[in-house]
Design a protein around this ligand. Structure first.
Ligand code: NAP
Length: 352
């Protein structure tokens, strides 16, 4: 083949899919045809990509005809059913759902950390990590390559868009209700102001902090916390990495933040860590508290890199660093990393 590869985007109408179309329009144009696919509900809609209006097709086996690479941005159960069908037709699948991430025959790839893994794909599928893991792993991968990571203690501050369009609409609705209420400081006042409809969250998220993300797992852990541990281990190739993690939802629209305590094989210096982070691809070091410089979601939203600040050596452990990271959960946390993997794979095609 000496033509540009054909790309399909399944889930092109969704929250992540829409960001993907923006990114494809901004990146170097390595693709031939870009085919847009969603559910039958969206068939016939037109969406803009690379400055052209492209008609959305309903998902069926036929849409994979002549496609070289497909990105799936659909619910887990849709990906679980359709990704193997695409792969069986010789299409390389890059899947953004949780359906295949922990399958030993499916590589879990972050191009800045383990790009080599994308070449070995026994099922023809490459998985994209979850957004919370992705928001910290580029910076941690760079530090691990130099210092050798041994242990992580992490707390997340996760944006509502991680719960899709429903999450964003819920926060907006609750903020309006709170603004229009005479909110007091008594027990139950916030609950009364926002009403019973908490959307995809177990508690009010406006003006609140909710220490729960995902579904219930064994022994009090949440599914999101298990993903952070299991996916970090797989991406870094550290099956015994110790990970303690608490995932928390906060009233931020887009951009996940994390505090990270990272313990390494031996003594580390902040000076060397700063050099590594300042030059690592995909990382911005924004760290001068005396000058008021530390990352917040307001800085990171709409941008590609992982923003790192508050870098300190642990007070009681010369082998550990403390840091604060922010990453746009819809860009690097979802759409951008998936596009980067697809671009890596496209490099295997001579016409790209
Ligand atoms: N939001 C995040 O921060 C985030 C981060 C990382 C990973 N993810 C993952 O990315 C995936 C998409 O998430 P999202 O937030 O973009 O969801 P979303 O906004 O609800 O969009 C879902 C997309 O899937 C399509 N779809 C649903 N059912 C389908 C079916 N039966 N056949 C074909 N297409 C179907 C929808 O098409 P219609 O418009 O036609 O219904 C839509 O394009 C999920 O697996 C999610 O877990 C999300």
């Amino acid at each position: 083949m000496n033509r540009k590869p054909t790309l399909a985007v399944v889930g092109a109408t969704g929250a992540v899919g829409s960001v993907m179309l923006q990114i494809l329009s901004q990146h170097a144009d390595i693709w031939g045809e870009i085919r847009l696919v969603a559910s039958p509900r969206s068939a016939g809609r037109k969406l803009a990509v690379r400055g052209e209006e492209v008609e959305v097709l309903a998902l069926s086996e036929d849409v994979f005809e002549g496609v070289d690479v497909v990105m799936f941005d659909v619910p887990d159960e849709v990906a679980a059913q359709w990704a193997p069908i695409a792969a069986s037709r010789g299409v390389v699948v890059v899947d953004n759902s949780a359906a295949f991430r922990m399958d030993p025959d499916v590589p879990l790839v972050v191009p800045e950390v383990n790009p080599h893994a994308a070449r070995v794909r026994p099922r023809g599928i490459v998985a994209n990590p979850n957004c919370t893991t992705l928001s910290m792993i580029v910076a941690l991968g760079a530090l691990h390559a130099e210092f050798g990571l041994r242990e992580l203690v992490v707390s997340s501050y996760q944006a509502v868009s991680g719960a899709g369009r429903d999450g964003v609409e819920t926060l907006r609705r609750q903020l309006r209700l709170v603004a229009d209420s005479d909110l007091g400081t008594g027990p139950g006042d916030l609950r009364r102001a926002v009403g019973d409809d908490t959307g995809p969250f177990p508690e009010p998220v406006a003006l609140n902090v909710v220490p729960w993300v995902g579904s219930v797992r064994d022994d009090g852990w949440s599914s999101e916390e298990m993903k952070v541990r299991d996916e970090s281990r797989k991406i870094l190739g550290l099956p015994d990495l110790k990970v303690a993690v608490t995932c928390v939802r906060v009233p931020v629209v887009t951009t996940h933040s994390l505090t990270v305590h990272a313990r390494f094989e031996g003594e580390v210096t902040v000076a060397r860590a700063r050099e590594i982070l300042a030059t690592a691809p995909g990382v911005v070091l924004f760290d001068d508290p005396a000058a008021g410089e530390f990352p917040t979601p307001a800085d990171a939203v709409g941008t590609d890199p992982t923003w790192v600040g508050r870098l300190r050596r642990a007070l009681d452990d010369p082998a550990a660093l403390e840091l604060f990271v922010c990453g746009d959960n819809l860009r690097k946390g979802a759409a951008l990393n998936t596009v980067q993997i697809a671009e890596l794979v496209a490099g295997e095609f001579p016409g790209a």
